[in-house]
Design a protein around this ligand. Structure first.
Ligand code: NI
Length: 181
């Protein structure tokens, strides 16, 4: 178990669709432990494997004091929508309102290969949607309307970490105020 550097916006791994997990082995369990440790340290509400540079369909969350993880998720989204602040640990220091489905049913597997179903609403639903997007190479700014996306891109361009490969490590431990996922 260890805390690992979080990849930041601009790193190609965040734009690469992750592959389904095939082997539910010790390596996967180490990955889940590293995701959990790194997410708690950040602190964040969720973390996806590509954010640690690993192209596998795995993520963790920490919402309302509950820790969880999911492997190879398949989501069913509610038609009802929520709107509220969202951030990303790969864009430290930025958050903005983002529309998401209000609730979600996620089918997948735990790290031992057992099928699991996770049902969530509000923040848990937001985190699960955000992390599943990461597995598809989607970053939450892609979900924003035009004006909000421009604001996000302006923030990113003006960030000192942007485009600097030396600052792949996290910059400010509490910059996302726990909103980062
Ligand atoms: Ni994120």
């Amino acid at each position: 178990m260890s805390i690992r550097p979080i990849r930041l916006f601009g790193d190609p791994v965040l734009r690469t669709p992750a592959k389904p997990v095939v082997d539910f082995d010790k390596e996967l369990r180490t990955l889940v432990a590293d995701l959990t440790d790194t997410m708690i340290d950040a602190p964040g509400a969720g973390l996806a494997a590509p954010q640690l540079g690993v192209g596998l369909r795995v993520f963790t969350w920490q919402v309302d004091g509950e820790l969880g993880h999911l492997v190879n998720p398949q989501l069913t989204l509610s038609e009802e929508i929520q709107d509220g602040a969202e951030g990303c640990l790969s864009i430290p220091g930025f958050s903005i309102d983002c529309k998401r489905a209000l609730s979600v049913v996620a089918h997948g597997f735990d790290m031992y290969g057992e099928p699991v179903v996770v049902e969530g609403s509000q923040m848990l639903a937001r985190a699960i949607q955000h992390e599943t997007d990461h597995l598809d190479g989607i970053i939450f700014v892609d979900r924003l309307d035009r004006e909000a996306r421009k604001e996000a891109m302006r923030f990113i361009r003006e960030s000192e970490w942007f485009g600097d490969p030396a600052t792949q490590v996290k910059i400010s431990p509490h910059a996302t105020n726990g909103l980062g996922i």
